[in-house]
Design a protein around this ligand. Structure first.
Ligand code: PPE
Length: 313
């Protein structure tokens, strides 16, 4: 095996199919169905070191999305949600993590090949490791330079975009490779209608005249949980939020743009295709919302307590 990637350096154990196994032993067969056909569903969740100790952010919503994604592919996860919750909490505790990224995955495992997955067992795993700012610490303050991708996002009548499925992430990988290859930090991907869909791993928000816009659920996007969080926080702060169609052109003339995502959190966008957005740094509305987002963890406001699952170390 190649050297362990730096991000996994401190990981001792992974939960796999009902047991905690050593990192090195968390293996699959090369004839795993999901390796050949991308037939897996997954989640990305964060645990934050909050004012009240480590707590998983919006775990219930992520778990619900995992089971819904699985449903689309007839993947019957052989564990109850409560069992996955218990495994995750135990994993975070035993790994001694205060804040981390959590990656649950369920996939058609080692069975006969061929497109029909029904004879393949469903394998399930949960890993957790520390993962800092996705697009860089500096990006959270200063924003990222993005490019509109030449790759389009598939539409929901080709592959359901509300399911978080492993295989279709090749679309995100292509967009990401292209953007990075051209010197940008991230891509913005258009849908088949040519309107804004999302980033390869983020939802997109736009600010114009003090109001907030984000692409609607029928624009071929993942129904991001951070997107929902941002909408709720913004509305609770008194902003008008519109879930709508955003044209490519509107990106260039926006007052502010930002990404949301579990990994990306709330990351400002400072330019699109070389065109400066606003003052070319984090805008005031983005700042307001980003502060409200990070305050959730520092302050644990009572009104959003439902959003937290305490790890209780
Ligand atoms: N769109 C896509 C395509 C996407 O992958 C994500 C999450 C989002 C939107 C935001 O969804 P949410 O996390 O529920 O707010 N991307 C995950 C994977 C990142 C990765 O590189 O892997 C994530 O942020 O965990």
């Amino acid at each position: 095996m190649t050297d362990r990637p730096e991000m996994f350096e401190g990981v001792d154990r992974i939960w796999q199919d009902g047991e905690f196994v050593n990192f090195e032993d968390a293996q699959v067969h090369v004839l795993t169905h999901a390796l050949h056909y991308g037939t897996g569903v997954f989640e990305g969740v964060r645990c934050y070191d909050t004012a009240e100790g480590p707590a998983i952010f919006r775990w219930d919503e992520h778990l619900e999305r995992l089971y819904e994604s699985a449903k689309v592919y007839d993947i019957e996860i052989p564990y109850e949600p409560a069992e996955l919750t218990e495994a995750t909490i135990e994993l975070i505790r035993s790994e001694g993590l205060e804040s981390c990224y959590i990656r649950p995955i369920a996939f058609y495992g080692y069975g006969p090949l061929g497109l029909n997955p029904s004879e393949s067992p469903v394998e399930t795993a949960i890993a957790a490791w520390p993962w800092g700012a996705y697009l860089g610490e500096e990006a959270l303050e200063e924003g990222v330079d993005v490019a509109v991708s030449s790759w389009r996002k598939y539409s929901s009548d080709e592959i359901p975009t509300n399911a978080k499925t492993t295989g279709p992430y090749v679309n995100s990988v292509l967009a990401s490779l292209e953007a990075r290859g051209n010197g940008y930090t991230e891509a913005v991907v258009l849908n088949e209608e040519g309107n804004v869909a999302e980033g390869p791993g983020e939802n997109v928000f736009l600010v114009r005249d003090g109001e907030i816009y984000t692409t609607g659920l029928s624009e071929s996007i993942l129904d991001g949980i951070t997107r929902q969080t941002a909408i709720t926080l913004a509305e609770d702060m008194g902003y008008e939020v519109h879930e709508t169609t955003i044209s490519r052109g509107e990106l260039y003339t926006a007052d502010e743009l930002f990404f949301t995502g579990t990994a990306a959190e709330v990351t400002p966008i400072r330019s699109v295709d070389g065109n400066q957005i606003g003052a070319g740094t984090k805008g005031p509305v983005t700042d307001d919302l980003q502060s409200a987002f990070f305050d959730l963890f520092e302050e644990r406001p009572a009104e959003y307590d439902d959003w937290f699952t305490d790890v209780e170390v």
